[in-house]
Design a protein around this ligand. Structure first.
Ligand SMILES: *[C@@H]1O[C@H](CO)[C@@H](O)[C@H](O)[C@H]1NC(C)=O
Length: 329
């Protein structure tokens, strides 16, 4: 009956019956300043003690950069715009010896050495660069381009090796943005995590089937902008901290980064997450051809921009950064 009703409304119906993803409740352990509140496009852990972050050139008048951050207190250790001038930097992923930064529309990626000096510029096979992460076990990259497709790239040549849609509860899901590879998530094996553009969902994807196996949301983290559904101020940036099995998350122009732990969601939260995710997936699936195509939102009117909804979610417990929660070496 419900399916018929949804169908009659013109919304897409699931491709097949698929298992619901495991739902998690994200608890804030500590909050760190997000210096300069940049337009975050990539976030990765470096040597258990630092973060590497990329920012796109937004709003107009700003430039893309890559920077190194101290995980203890969020302070910026090093920043460079080298190799990114006139470009829109996207996600960053490790290489064997340094970093690889995707760009939005240039068909190029930039290789950086570990010290953030530019090593080279390489062809990037994806017309519109979005997310990028490295599976160091299987030695391959995964990338997205704003559509429902997840792409596997050769670690050396970056050649496309596999292209298939991400599915969640049987629906194709477009808009996976910043990506993070977790070698073993919660004993469930390798998982590709990604921020879902224009939402506060983070999906965990099985890299062999491209089906979503985990979901949590960042609802109520920091300030929430009513324009997020149009692409402003969206959650973007996930770094996994294997030592403490926690995640560092932030968003575009967010004032803070948050270290979070995940716990299995209780019944109420699980049902809420599923309902919202199903609604999002069924709706976006019906306008795949036009939805989720731009990383760069058009400027809304100032009266709307001025109104930040202040639904700040504070850390559950205050833990000094260098005490019990510093990641293990
Ligand atoms: C995204 O990638 C898919 C699969 O490779 C391709 O068909 C599509 O044209 C690409 N779209 C954009 C906007 O880059």
């Amino acid at each position: 009956m419900k399916q018929l009703f949804i169908f009659a409304l013109g919304l897409a119906s699931p491709l097949h019956v698929a298992a619901d993803p495991a739902s998690y409740d994200a608890q804030i352990i500590r909050s760190l300043p997000h210096e300069g509140a940049p337009f975050t496009q990539g976030l990765e852990l470096v040597d258990h003690s630092r973060l590497i972050e990329t920012s796109g050139a937004y709003p107009e008048g700003t430039e893309s950069f890559i920077r190194m951050i101290d995980l203890k207190d969020g302070s910026v250790l090093q920043t460079t715009k080298s190799g990114l001038a006139g470009r829109f930097a996207e996600d960053v992923a490790p290489t064997a010896t340094g970093w690889l930064v995707a760009t939005y529309h240039d068909g190029k990626a930039v290789r950086f050495n570990a010290d953030l000096s530019v090593e080279s510029e390489v062809d990037y096979p994806i017309e519109e660069g979005w997310g990028l992460c490295r599976d160091s076990q299987e030695d391959r990259y995964f990338a997205t381009n704003g559509t429902e497709f997840l792409m596997e790239l050769d670690s050396e040549t970056l050649a496309l090796k596999r292209v298939a849609p991400v599915t969640c509860m049987g629906y194709k899901v477009p808009g996976l943005n910043e990506l993070e590879f977790v070698a073993d998530f919660n004993g469930k094996g390798p998982t590709v995590f990604g921020n879902l553009y224009k939402t506060r969902f983070v999906l965990g994807i099985d890299p062999s089937t491209f089906e979503c196996t985990s979901v949590f949301d960042l609802e109520g983290f920091g300030e929430q902008d009513p324009q997020e559904e149009y692409g402003f101020h969206v959650a973007n940036g996930i770094a996994y901290l294997p030592g403490s099995k926690t995640f560092l998350v932030t968003g575009k122009n967010w004032q803070n980064m948050f270290e979070i732990s995940l716990e299995a969601a209780g019944n109420t939260h699980r049902e809420k997450l599923r309902k919202k995710l199903r609604h999002f997936a069924s709706q976006t699936a019906s306008f795949l051809a036009t939805g989720m195509r731009s990383q760069i939102p058009a400027l809304p009117s100032t009266d709307v921009r001025g109104k930040l909804r202040v639904t700040r979610r504070e850390p559950e417990r205050a833990i000094a950064p260098d005490e019990s929660h510093s990641p293990e070496a």
